[in-house]
Design a protein around this ligand. Structure first.
Ligand SMILES: *Cc1c(COP(=O)(O)O)cnc(C)c1O
Length: 379
Protein backbone atom coordinates (compact mmCIF):
# COMPACT_ATOMS: atom_id res chain seq x y z
CA UNK A 1 0.00 0.00 0.00
CA UNK A 2 2.78 2.42 0.82
CA UNK A 3 4.23 4.36 -2.08
CA UNK A 4 7.84 4.54 -1.03
CA UNK A 5 8.61 8.11 -0.01
CA UNK A 6 12.17 9.37 -0.19
CA UNK A 7 14.12 8.68 2.99
CA UNK A 8 12.93 10.83 5.86
CA UNK A 9 13.62 11.40 9.56
CA UNK A 10 10.00 11.67 10.56
CA UNK A 11 6.66 11.29 8.85
CA UNK A 12 3.26 12.79 9.42
CA UNK A 13 0.52 10.61 7.99
CA UNK A 14 -2.74 12.46 7.32
CA UNK A 15 -5.74 10.20 6.81
CA UNK A 16 -8.03 12.18 4.52
CA UNK A 17 -10.48 9.25 4.50
CA UNK A 18 -10.84 9.68 8.28
CA UNK A 19 -11.38 13.42 7.81
CA UNK A 20 -14.15 12.73 5.27
CA UNK A 21 -15.68 10.14 7.62
CA UNK A 22 -15.61 12.63 10.51
CA UNK A 23 -17.35 15.15 8.28
CA UNK A 24 -20.09 12.60 7.53
CA UNK A 25 -20.44 11.86 11.26
CA UNK A 26 -20.96 15.56 11.95
CA UNK A 27 -23.38 15.93 9.04
CA UNK A 28 -25.51 13.15 10.53
CA UNK A 29 -25.19 14.57 14.03
CA UNK A 30 -26.36 18.09 13.18
CA UNK A 31 -28.96 17.43 10.44
CA UNK A 32 -31.15 19.20 9.40
CA UNK A 33 -28.51 21.90 9.98
CA UNK A 34 -25.69 21.80 7.46
CA UNK A 35 -22.03 21.44 8.33
CA UNK A 36 -19.33 23.84 7.19
CA UNK A 37 -15.60 23.35 7.64
CA UNK A 38 -13.11 25.63 9.37
CA UNK A 39 -9.69 25.12 7.81
CA UNK A 40 -7.76 28.06 9.16
CA UNK A 41 -4.08 27.87 10.10
CA UNK A 42 -3.32 25.65 7.10
CA UNK A 43 -6.08 23.25 8.03
CA UNK A 44 -5.04 23.03 11.70
CA UNK A 45 -1.51 22.32 10.52
CA UNK A 46 -2.47 19.29 8.40
CA UNK A 47 -2.55 21.06 5.02
CA UNK A 48 -5.53 23.19 4.00
CA UNK A 49 -5.50 21.94 0.40
CA UNK A 50 -5.48 18.27 1.46
CA UNK A 51 -8.34 18.73 3.90
CA UNK A 52 -10.34 20.99 1.61
CA UNK A 53 -10.26 18.54 -1.29
CA UNK A 54 -11.27 15.64 0.98
CA UNK A 55 -14.19 17.69 2.31
CA UNK A 56 -15.18 18.90 -1.14
CA UNK A 57 -15.47 15.26 -2.23
CA UNK A 58 -17.49 14.58 0.93
CA UNK A 59 -20.00 17.27 -0.07
CA UNK A 60 -18.93 20.28 1.99
CA UNK A 61 -19.60 23.65 0.32
CA UNK A 62 -19.09 26.19 3.14
CA UNK A 63 -15.56 26.91 4.28
CA UNK A 64 -14.09 29.24 6.87
CA UNK A 65 -10.55 30.58 7.22
CA UNK A 66 -9.13 33.23 9.55
CA UNK A 67 -7.38 35.47 7.03
CA UNK A 68 -7.59 36.81 3.49
CA UNK A 69 -4.27 35.16 2.57
CA UNK A 70 -5.73 31.79 3.59
CA UNK A 71 -8.86 32.44 1.55
CA UNK A 72 -6.77 33.22 -1.53
CA UNK A 73 -4.86 29.96 -1.25
CA UNK A 74 -7.99 27.95 -0.55
CA UNK A 75 -9.81 29.29 -3.59
CA UNK A 76 -7.29 27.52 -5.85
CA UNK A 77 -8.31 24.18 -4.30
CA UNK A 78 -12.03 24.80 -4.04
CA UNK A 79 -12.84 26.57 -7.28
CA UNK A 80 -15.50 29.26 -7.59
CA UNK A 81 -18.57 27.40 -6.31
CA UNK A 82 -17.86 27.19 -2.59
CA UNK A 83 -18.42 29.90 -0.01
CA UNK A 84 -15.20 31.02 1.67
CA UNK A 85 -15.80 33.07 4.81
CA UNK A 86 -13.05 35.01 6.55
CA UNK A 87 -13.51 34.78 10.33
CA UNK A 88 -11.14 37.58 11.31
CA UNK A 89 -12.97 39.94 8.99
CA UNK A 90 -11.48 42.71 6.91
CA UNK A 91 -8.09 44.27 7.37
CA UNK A 92 -8.32 47.99 6.64
CA UNK A 93 -7.68 48.51 2.93
CA UNK A 94 -8.38 44.88 1.96
CA UNK A 95 -12.05 45.47 1.07
CA UNK A 96 -11.65 45.80 -2.71
CA UNK A 97 -9.44 42.69 -2.97
CA UNK A 98 -11.89 40.72 -0.87
CA UNK A 99 -14.87 41.92 -2.92
CA UNK A 100 -13.22 41.20 -6.28
CA UNK A 101 -12.33 37.67 -5.17
CA UNK A 102 -15.87 36.99 -4.01
CA UNK A 103 -14.92 36.12 -0.44
CA UNK A 104 -17.41 36.55 2.37
CA UNK A 105 -15.90 38.54 5.23
CA UNK A 106 -17.25 38.05 8.72
CA UNK A 107 -17.96 41.64 9.76
CA UNK A 108 -16.93 41.88 13.39
CA UNK A 109 -17.26 45.57 14.16
CA UNK A 110 -19.31 48.58 13.15
CA UNK A 111 -16.19 49.97 11.46
CA UNK A 112 -15.87 46.82 9.31
CA UNK A 113 -19.56 47.04 8.48
CA UNK A 114 -19.18 50.67 7.43
CA UNK A 115 -16.11 49.92 5.31
CA UNK A 116 -17.83 47.00 3.55
CA UNK A 117 -20.90 49.12 2.82
CA UNK A 118 -18.70 51.84 1.33
CA UNK A 119 -17.01 49.21 -0.82
CA UNK A 120 -20.43 47.99 -1.99
CA UNK A 121 -21.48 51.50 -2.94
CA UNK A 122 -18.39 52.04 -5.06
CA UNK A 123 -18.83 48.59 -6.63
CA UNK A 124 -22.49 49.52 -7.27
CA UNK A 125 -23.67 46.06 -6.18
CA UNK A 126 -24.54 44.38 -2.89
CA UNK A 127 -21.60 42.51 -1.39
CA UNK A 128 -21.91 39.23 0.52
CA UNK A 129 -21.06 39.19 4.21
CA UNK A 130 -21.52 37.36 7.46
CA UNK A 131 -22.20 39.36 10.59
CA UNK A 132 -20.85 38.27 13.94
CA UNK A 133 -22.54 39.21 17.20
CA UNK A 134 -20.60 39.10 20.45
CA UNK A 135 -22.93 37.31 22.84
CA UNK A 136 -20.50 37.03 25.71
CA UNK A 137 -17.01 35.94 24.67
CA UNK A 138 -15.67 39.49 24.26
CA UNK A 139 -13.44 38.47 21.37
CA UNK A 140 -14.95 39.43 18.02
CA UNK A 141 -18.33 40.73 16.90
CA UNK A 142 -20.77 43.61 17.18
CA UNK A 143 -22.52 44.13 20.48
CA UNK A 144 -26.14 42.93 20.41
CA UNK A 145 -27.19 46.61 20.57
CA UNK A 146 -25.09 47.51 17.50
CA UNK A 147 -26.45 44.45 15.66
CA UNK A 148 -30.03 45.61 16.41
CA UNK A 149 -29.24 49.11 15.16
CA UNK A 150 -27.87 47.60 11.93
CA UNK A 151 -31.00 45.45 11.57
CA UNK A 152 -33.21 48.53 11.62
CA UNK A 153 -31.18 50.25 8.89
CA UNK A 154 -33.22 49.73 5.73
CA UNK A 155 -30.38 50.71 3.38
CA UNK A 156 -28.23 47.89 4.75
CA UNK A 157 -29.93 45.21 2.67
CA UNK A 158 -29.34 47.21 -0.51
CA UNK A 159 -25.62 47.28 0.16
CA UNK A 160 -25.03 43.99 1.89
CA UNK A 161 -26.16 40.54 0.89
CA UNK A 162 -26.23 39.10 4.41
CA UNK A 163 -25.50 35.37 4.16
CA UNK A 164 -24.99 34.48 7.80
CA UNK A 165 -25.58 35.82 11.28
CA UNK A 166 -23.20 34.15 13.69
CA UNK A 167 -21.79 34.11 17.17
CA UNK A 168 -19.16 32.02 18.94
CA UNK A 169 -19.38 30.09 22.21
CA UNK A 170 -16.81 30.72 24.92
CA UNK A 171 -17.48 27.44 26.77
CA UNK A 172 -18.95 25.08 24.17
CA UNK A 173 -16.57 22.35 25.31
CA UNK A 174 -18.10 22.48 28.79
CA UNK A 175 -21.69 21.41 28.11
CA UNK A 176 -22.78 21.92 31.72
CA UNK A 177 -21.83 25.62 31.82
CA UNK A 178 -24.96 27.77 32.01
CA UNK A 179 -23.28 30.50 30.03
CA UNK A 180 -23.91 28.44 26.88
CA UNK A 181 -27.65 28.98 27.36
CA UNK A 182 -27.08 32.67 28.11
CA UNK A 183 -25.22 33.08 24.82
CA UNK A 184 -27.92 31.15 22.95
CA UNK A 185 -30.66 33.42 24.39
CA UNK A 186 -28.74 36.62 23.55
CA UNK A 187 -28.15 35.35 20.02
CA UNK A 188 -31.80 34.40 19.52
CA UNK A 189 -32.89 37.85 20.69
CA UNK A 190 -30.82 39.46 17.93
CA UNK A 191 -31.56 36.76 15.35
CA UNK A 192 -35.30 37.54 15.57
CA UNK A 193 -34.52 40.84 13.84
CA UNK A 194 -32.74 39.10 10.95
CA UNK A 195 -35.50 36.93 9.45
CA UNK A 196 -34.52 34.89 6.43
CA UNK A 197 -30.79 35.06 7.21
CA UNK A 198 -28.98 31.78 7.98
CA UNK A 199 -27.78 31.48 11.60
CA UNK A 200 -24.71 29.83 13.12
CA UNK A 201 -23.53 29.35 16.71
CA UNK A 202 -21.73 26.03 16.96
CA UNK A 203 -18.10 25.07 16.47
CA UNK A 204 -17.10 21.39 16.84
CA UNK A 205 -17.98 21.36 20.51
CA UNK A 206 -21.29 23.06 19.75
CA UNK A 207 -22.11 20.25 17.32
CA UNK A 208 -22.33 17.98 20.39
CA UNK A 209 -24.63 20.37 22.29
CA UNK A 210 -28.43 20.07 21.96
CA UNK A 211 -29.98 20.74 18.51
CA UNK A 212 -31.05 24.33 19.28
CA UNK A 213 -27.33 25.20 19.16
CA UNK A 214 -26.98 23.84 15.60
CA UNK A 215 -29.17 26.49 13.88
CA UNK A 216 -28.63 26.46 10.10
CA UNK A 217 -24.88 25.94 9.89
CA UNK A 218 -22.25 24.35 12.13
CA UNK A 219 -18.64 25.55 11.83
CA UNK A 220 -16.61 22.41 12.46
CA UNK A 221 -12.83 22.47 12.80
CA UNK A 222 -10.98 20.26 15.25
CA UNK A 223 -13.58 17.46 15.13
CA UNK A 224 -12.80 16.94 11.44
CA UNK A 225 -9.22 16.20 12.46
CA UNK A 226 -10.51 13.47 14.76
CA UNK A 227 -9.86 15.29 18.02
CA UNK A 228 -12.84 15.04 20.36
CA UNK A 229 -13.96 18.60 21.17
CA UNK A 230 -15.73 17.42 24.32
CA UNK A 231 -14.15 14.83 26.58
CA UNK A 232 -15.80 11.46 26.02
CA UNK A 233 -16.86 11.95 22.38
CA UNK A 234 -15.90 8.61 20.91
CA UNK A 235 -17.41 8.71 17.44
CA UNK A 236 -14.57 10.45 15.60
CA UNK A 237 -11.77 8.71 13.73
CA UNK A 238 -8.17 9.77 14.45
CA UNK A 239 -6.76 11.38 11.31
CA UNK A 240 -3.10 11.86 12.21
CA UNK A 241 -0.13 9.64 12.80
CA UNK A 242 3.41 10.82 13.52
CA UNK A 243 6.44 8.53 13.47
CA UNK A 244 10.04 9.58 14.01
CA UNK A 245 13.30 7.78 13.42
CA UNK A 246 15.73 6.56 16.08
CA UNK A 247 18.98 8.43 15.35
CA UNK A 248 21.16 6.73 17.93
CA UNK A 249 21.00 4.17 20.73
CA UNK A 250 23.32 4.15 23.76
CA UNK A 251 23.55 2.71 27.25
CA UNK A 252 24.61 5.11 29.99
CA UNK A 253 26.13 4.35 33.38
CA UNK A 254 24.63 5.46 36.70
CA UNK A 255 25.54 9.09 37.36
CA UNK A 256 25.51 10.06 33.67
CA UNK A 257 23.49 13.15 32.69
CA UNK A 258 21.22 13.45 29.65
CA UNK A 259 20.49 16.44 27.41
CA UNK A 260 20.73 20.20 27.88
CA UNK A 261 21.20 21.17 31.50
CA UNK A 262 21.82 17.51 32.38
CA UNK A 263 18.43 17.66 34.09
CA UNK A 264 18.17 13.92 34.10
CA UNK A 265 20.92 11.88 35.75
CA UNK A 266 20.74 8.09 35.49
CA UNK A 267 20.38 6.28 38.82
CA UNK A 268 20.98 2.90 37.14
CA UNK A 269 22.34 1.74 33.80
CA UNK A 270 19.91 3.10 31.23
CA UNK A 271 19.37 2.27 27.57
CA UNK A 272 18.41 5.39 25.61
CA UNK A 273 17.35 6.25 22.08
CA UNK A 274 17.62 9.72 20.54
CA UNK A 275 14.61 10.44 18.31
CA UNK A 276 14.48 12.78 15.31
CA UNK A 277 11.80 15.18 16.48
CA UNK A 278 12.23 18.23 18.67
CA UNK A 279 10.49 21.42 19.60
CA UNK A 280 11.09 22.85 16.11
CA UNK A 281 8.91 19.98 14.89
CA UNK A 282 6.13 20.81 17.30
CA UNK A 283 7.07 18.55 20.17
CA UNK A 284 6.61 21.02 23.03
CA UNK A 285 9.60 21.70 25.21
CA UNK A 286 7.25 21.36 28.18
CA UNK A 287 7.37 17.59 27.53
CA UNK A 288 10.95 17.40 28.87
CA UNK A 289 11.03 14.60 31.45
CA UNK A 290 7.31 14.00 30.78
CA UNK A 291 5.31 12.16 28.19
CA UNK A 292 6.57 9.38 25.95
CA UNK A 293 7.10 7.84 22.56
CA UNK A 294 5.83 4.33 21.80
CA UNK A 295 7.30 1.30 20.08
CA UNK A 296 5.18 -1.76 19.29
CA UNK A 297 2.83 -0.87 22.13
CA UNK A 298 5.64 -0.31 24.67
CA UNK A 299 5.83 3.08 26.37
CA UNK A 300 9.22 4.81 26.03
CA UNK A 301 9.34 7.62 28.63
CA UNK A 302 10.96 10.91 27.58
CA UNK A 303 14.20 11.53 29.45
CA UNK A 304 15.77 14.99 29.89
CA UNK A 305 14.95 18.16 27.97
CA UNK A 306 13.52 18.29 24.45
CA UNK A 307 16.09 19.70 21.98
CA UNK A 308 15.28 21.66 18.83
CA UNK A 309 15.74 18.66 16.53
CA UNK A 310 15.59 15.65 18.82
CA UNK A 311 14.37 14.15 22.05
CA UNK A 312 15.60 11.22 24.10
CA UNK A 313 13.60 8.29 25.41
CA UNK A 314 14.28 5.33 27.70
CA UNK A 315 14.02 2.11 25.68
CA UNK A 316 14.63 -0.21 28.63
CA UNK A 317 11.16 -1.72 28.12
CA UNK A 318 12.07 -3.18 24.72
CA UNK A 319 14.39 -6.17 24.28
CA UNK A 320 17.75 -5.09 22.81
CA UNK A 321 17.37 -7.35 19.77
CA UNK A 322 13.97 -5.85 18.91
CA UNK A 323 14.93 -2.21 18.40
CA UNK A 324 17.67 -0.60 16.28
CA UNK A 325 18.96 2.71 15.07
CA UNK A 326 16.90 3.75 12.04
CA UNK A 327 13.66 2.23 13.37
CA UNK A 328 10.60 4.46 13.72
CA UNK A 329 8.90 5.12 17.03
CA UNK A 330 5.31 6.34 17.32
CA UNK A 331 4.71 9.85 18.60
CA UNK A 332 1.05 10.09 17.56
CA UNK A 333 -1.05 7.09 16.62
CA UNK A 334 -2.94 4.16 18.10
CA UNK A 335 -0.85 4.18 21.30
CA UNK A 336 -0.86 7.92 21.89
CA UNK A 337 -3.55 10.39 20.82
CA UNK A 338 -3.25 14.13 20.27
CA UNK A 339 -5.30 14.55 23.45
CA UNK A 340 -2.80 12.40 25.41
CA UNK A 341 0.13 14.53 24.26
CA UNK A 342 -1.78 17.75 24.95
CA UNK A 343 -2.55 16.59 28.48
CA UNK A 344 1.09 15.63 29.16
CA UNK A 345 2.24 19.00 27.78
CA UNK A 346 -0.34 20.97 29.74
CA UNK A 347 -1.99 22.34 26.61
CA UNK A 348 -4.85 21.57 24.20
CA UNK A 349 -4.98 19.41 21.09
CA UNK A 350 -5.37 22.50 18.89
CA UNK A 351 -1.94 23.73 19.91
CA UNK A 352 -0.28 20.35 19.33
CA UNK A 353 -1.91 19.97 15.89
CA UNK A 354 -1.21 23.48 14.61
CA UNK A 355 2.38 23.29 15.87
CA UNK A 356 3.41 20.07 14.12
CA UNK A 357 5.90 21.86 11.97
CA UNK A 358 7.10 21.78 8.39
CA UNK A 359 9.97 19.29 8.56
CA UNK A 360 8.02 16.06 8.78
CA UNK A 361 7.66 14.19 5.52
CA UNK A 362 3.95 14.25 4.77
CA UNK A 363 2.01 11.27 3.52
CA UNK A 364 -1.69 11.35 2.78
CA UNK A 365 -4.09 8.43 2.85
CA UNK A 366 -6.78 8.88 0.23
CA UNK A 367 -9.22 6.16 -0.84
CA UNK A 368 -7.15 3.69 1.14
CA UNK A 369 -3.98 4.54 -0.80
CA UNK A 370 -0.96 6.24 0.72
CA UNK A 371 0.65 8.97 -1.36
CA UNK A 372 3.61 11.19 -0.77
CA UNK A 373 2.45 14.76 -0.24
CA UNK A 374 5.87 16.32 0.01
CA UNK A 375 9.03 15.41 1.72
CA UNK A 376 9.13 18.06 4.39
CA UNK A 377 11.26 21.16 4.30
CA UNK A 378 14.46 19.54 5.47
CA UNK A 379 13.59 15.94 6.26
C1 LIG B 1 -11.81 28.27 14.98
C2 LIG B 1 -13.26 28.60 14.96
C3 LIG B 1 -14.21 27.59 14.76
C4 LIG B 1 -13.86 26.12 14.71
O1 LIG B 1 -13.60 25.71 16.03
P1 LIG B 1 -13.35 24.16 16.40
O2 LIG B 1 -13.37 24.18 17.88
O3 LIG B 1 -12.04 23.80 15.84
O4 LIG B 1 -14.45 23.40 15.78
C5 LIG B 1 -15.54 27.97 14.62
N1 LIG B 1 -15.92 29.27 14.69
C6 LIG B 1 -15.03 30.26 14.92
C7 LIG B 1 -15.51 31.66 15.01
C8 LIG B 1 -13.68 29.96 15.08
O5 LIG B 1 -12.81 30.94 15.32
Amino acid sequence: MESHPPPHSSRLIIDSDAIAANYQTLVRNVAPATCGAVIKADGYGLGAATIASALLRAGCRSFFVARLSEAERLRRTLGPDCDIMILNGLDPGSEAVCADAGFIPVLNSSAQLTAWRACARSAARPLPAALQVDTGMSRLGLSPEAALTAASDTELTEEIDLRLLMTHLACGDEPAREVNIDQLRRFEAVAAYYPGVAKSIANSAGAFLPPNFHCDLVRAGIALCGVAPVAGTKTLRPAVRLDARILQIRTIKPGTGVGYGLNHVASRPQRLATIATGYADGWPRSLGGKGAAWYRGVRLPIVGRISMDSLTVDIGGVAEADISEGDFVELLGPSQSIADVARDAGTIGYEILTGLGKRHARLVIENGQMRNEHNGEAA
